[in-house]
Structure formats: structure tokens, C-alpha cells
Design a protein around this ligand. Sequence first.
Ligand code: SF4
Length: 363
Amino acid sequence: MKDLMIKKVIIEKEASGHALTDQILRRIPDIPVQTIEETESKASPDETDMGKETLHLLSYKGEFLKPCPGTREYICCGYQILNVATNCPLDCSYCILQSYFNQPYLKTFVNLEQGVEQVLKVIDSSPDLVFRVGTGEFTDSLAIDPITRWSDWLLPLFSKRKNAVLELKTKTDNIRGLLNSKFRDRIIVSWSLNSPLITAREEHRAVSLKKRLEAARQCQSEGFVLGFHFDPLIPHPKWKEEYTKTLELLDKYIDPKGIIWISLGSLRFMPGLKPIIRRRHPNTCVLDGEFIIGLDGKIRYFKPIRMELYSYMRRNLEKWHPDSGLYLCMESHDVWQKSMGWSPENSNGLRRYLDRRVVEIFG
Ligand code: SF4
């Protein structure tokens, strides 16, 4: 992330006194702090900034491990989300979190340590299952890691487990905490990539592609397994040339043999997000495509456009390396077959395919 833009901290009463709250406050000593009752946290932030510059510390009462919200109509990978925080200090115009959460601010859960204990019990009680766990679905995994230092204690916990992997997904270059850790086993560091045009125009506050890939190269040279996510793919003028530039950069910086998986997904969102994007990002190009309403009620590109995007990326990625764990996120059997040349048939098939990748890479 370009700058850590936290300008204020709000602490819910229940969160004060937690070790993580004290540690976080020590790392950002000059930022104004306000302590509030729980109910006050529902106050609306300014409509334009969504409270992204306010760090809200609270004790989370829900489940810390949740299945990724897939839908029955499309093939889902069976990923599990470790819910460390919600919302994100970065500001991608297409981000679904703009409409997903009904509460503002960048929320961080200071009872995470206790929550993770429960999560690890679940993992340890099913040694025959493979848990693919990630923190980067409801927030960026590393954007506030310099303040929270989640990586300090999550890496050792997951490194010890033989039936789980932890994926940290980011658009930043905040890798210092990872590199300082001595744990590498069963940790995947992933970067979301897009075309240079989409990156520069739509991924506000994220670092450039070059910086992401320099960080990825450094992680790879220091022994981390990597993942990449081309999601959301967005057709735009000269998109083939633009995505080719990203693939050329990927080739320049990364050894494909150290990649566990590369996902491809295209822009999709609930209809309620559209007016929010228009209001918050009036100059965006992400709404310029030819959309339909999918079987899950989400707006997505017309099927031939999705297949052209995936086929193009697949052909080029396979030329680069024939076995990089390519998969589609939330697509149908028929789109898989026509754009990837094979299909896992259903969600169980995709789970098995990705679980096998875990075993091949980590044993
Ligand atoms: S990095 Fe991810 S979570 Fe953060 S704003 Fe962008 S799309 Fe949303």
C-alpha cells in the first residue's frame, strides 16, 4: 500500500484491555483514539470515504472460520475464510465489499487469538480433510499487517499443521513481517494481478504491478510458495495487449515452478453495487461492459465474453508453464469445458483438484 492512511482509531469498550489492542496502539502512537460503546459503532461514515481511514478495534462475536460465500449455481473451490478483519484501506473501484458489509470502517478483531484457537481445534479434529484457509476475502491480507502483525503469530500456527495451508492475498508490498518470520511451510503468499491499465486506473491505493511482482520475487527467493489471482478480469480497450504486458512482467520476475495456483475470474457483483460504484468512482471504466444477470442473481459478463477472457489467459499462461494450478473462480461446467479444455464437473471436483495441488507442493 502506498501510505498507511489510518487517521483515527475507534475502540469498542469490550476491545480495550485486549493484548492486540495495546500492541496496535503502541505501533501507531500519534493517531487520535476514541473509545465508544458498542452501539455507537453503527454510526454511518461519510458516504464518500466509507470510513477507510478509521481503524475500528472490536471483539468479534461470530465464527472466525467461514466457507467462502459461493453459490450452488457455479463451481466453487471450497475455500475457508479466516475472518481477521472486514473492509479494506485500499479502494478498488470494483470492490464488492463496498456493498457487502452494512457497517463502515476498517474493522479489526482483537480477540483473533482466541478465535484462531477455536479454528485450529476444528482443523485438528479433521486430519483427513485439507483446509485451504485465507485471510484475503473480506480485507487485504497484508495492508495493515505492519500495524496488526497478524503474520507474526499466524505463520507459526499454520506452519505446524499438516492438513491446512494459509493463503495471504494482497495488492501491497508489505512483506517485511513475512520475511522476518522463520516459518515458510504451508504458507502461500498471493498477489492479485490485473492489466496495467486497470491497475493504474481502478486499484486506488494499491501498489504498482512492478512493486507487487518485486515483492513476490523476494518472497519466492526467500522460500515462500506463491499464488496469483487474475480476478476480476475486465475487458477494456486493447485488453489482450494489456494483459499480455502483465504476463510478460510475471515471466520476468517469477519462477512458475514455485506457484501453487493461479485463479481466473471475471467481474461479477450484486446489482446493489452498481450505484455505489457510480457514486464513489465516477470515472471508472469497469461498468462499460456487456452484462447479464447470472443464475446467482449477480451481474456478470455475457458468457462468450467470459470465455474469451479465460481462453486467452489460459493459452498464454499454459505457454509460460504447463502446470501452474490454473482454475476458474465461480464458473459453470460448460464455461470450464469450453475455455479451459476440461472441467472439474462440480464443486467437489474442484476441491479435490486444489487439495491435490496442496499435497503436490507441500506434501
Ligand atoms: S484490495 Fe481487495 S478488499 Fe481491498 S479494496 Fe481492493 S478488491 Fe476490495
